[in-house]
Design a protein around this ligand. Structure first.
Ligand SMILES: *Cc1c(COP(=O)(O)O)cnc(C)c1O
Length: 390
């Protein structure tokens, strides 16, 4: 089938929940993807910040193929060596001690909310305006954007929202019933919003002083995305709980909640679970993927290439008044426009570049961390050309 045939047949069979770009992708390799008509694209969106090691990495493909022949699933009624190895690896690359496996970011956050409530015996979670934490009822309620949750009332109680980047607002909001504060180190979906460098540290101190847990949602920012393994490192913060997903298994669905110290004792057998969570197949994919990030030094590449990319974007900012701001860490970059960005996304796609626009006006760049300077140069020329026609 070609692009048009696939796109035209979708409404008959697929529920209409996404505003999709009008191309059908067939395969990908490294930083590139191809549509079914054979057109090549440089992928600067990487499947919503998932393909950090690039598309179809041979080591992950190999791990999945090999494990698929041995055992795909056996459930958490049993022990597996793959789960043990991955959990150990996750504790080595993070500040945490123990892991719970699920299948998505929303599930990792859902687990964090349940654990915080069970461990503290308190109900309230303080989250921030403009945040994004997932689509399940609890995580969409934690999400600080009305458009995602108001149609689904009644929402579960116990969530309070304060302005992002304001640590005093968090201190004021914490009360006797507060179990945890939950935030993204950089708001991704909300428009690549970056708080001051002190913010997370101040929030950590407030949480410690008041005996409240700190949950950091690194679903989008984790695994080298921001030029460090986890974005909490930028502010030298050690959360009680870090939630992860997106890039964890090289594109294979997985979520993991990473927990520190005594907090992990909050869950006992029967408290929480997942049929598929931490399957040998998902764990093998994640072990391979994380080892690629380490062996290919992708955290360092994210940092240096991210700087180079951001410099290039800043040069465009000097040239065009409609660029309001350029911001980001590593290869999580945002370019804020004074107008809506959808047409720019379309124009670049036609030129062979996939990018995303979030919060209407923010062009979001979250490419594979293997991106090269040459690829950035080609993209910046195309972006300049697109901007010059506005
Ligand atoms: C994508 C995202 C989620 C939700 O992850 P899913 O795997 O889609 O459930 C949660 N938090 C943040 C910060 C995200 O970017």
């Amino acid at each position: 089938m070609n692009n048009k045939e696939i796109i035209d047949s979708y409404p008959q069979y697929i529920m209409n929940t996404y505003g999709r770009q009008p191309i059908a992708l067939s395969h990908g390799k490294g930083t590139k993807v191809w549509d079914v008509n054979g057109k090549e694209y440089l992928d600067l969106f990487a499947g919503f910040a998932v393909n950090n090691i690039g598309h179809s990495h041979p080591r992950v493909a190999e791990a999945i193929a090999k494990q698929g022949k041995i055992m795909i699933h056996c459930s958490n009624a049993y022990y597996t060596e793959e789960q043990l190895k991955l959990a150990k690896l996750l504790t080595e690359i993070s500040s945490h001690d123990k892991v719970f496996f699920g299948n998505s970011g929303a599930e990792a956050n859902e687990a964090a909310i349940k654990l915080a409530r069970k461990y503290t015996g308190k109900g309230e979670i303080i989250a921030t305006e403009n945040s994004f934490h997932g689509r399940t009822l609890a995580t969409v309620t934690a999400t600080g954007q009305d458009k995602y949750k108001l149609p689904f009332k009644p929402l579960p109680p116990g969530f309070k929202h304060v302005s992002y980047g304001d640590s005093d607002a968090i201190a004021d909001a914490i009360g006797d019933k507060t179990a945890a504060v939950m935030l993204e180190p950089i708001q991704g979906e909300g428009g690549v919003r970056i708080p001051s460098i002190e913010y997370l540290k101040e929030v950590e101190t407030i949480c410690r002083d008041k005996g409240v847990l700190l949950i950091i949602d690194e679903v989008q920012t984790g695994f080298g995305r921001c030029g460090v393994m986890f974005a909490s490192e930028i502010s030298d913060v050690k959360p009680d709980i870090t939630t992860t997903a997106k890039a964890i298994a090289g594109g294979f669905p997985m979520g993991a909640m990473l927990v520190t110290g005594d907090v992990a004792t909050g869950f006992e057998p029967g408290d929480h679970g997942s049929t598929f969570g931490g399957s040998p197949l998902a764990c093998s994919a994640a072990i391979a993927s994380i080892n690629v990030i380490i062996d290919e030094k992708l955290v360092e590449n994210s940092k240096t290439i991210g700087k180079y990319f951001k410099n290039g974007l800043n040069k465009l900012k000097d040239k065009y008044d409609f660029i309001v701001d350029v911001r980001g860490h590593g290869l999580m970059l945002g370019l804020e426009l004074s107008m809506e960005g959808a047409k720019i996304v379309d124009d670049l796609r036609e030129k062979g570049f996939l990018i995303n626009c979030t919060a209407e006006k923010v062009l979001r760049f979250v490419p594979p961390l293997i991106l090269t300077k040459e690829e950035i140069n080609t993209f910046l020329i195309a972006l300049d050309e697109t901007f010059s026609n506005i």
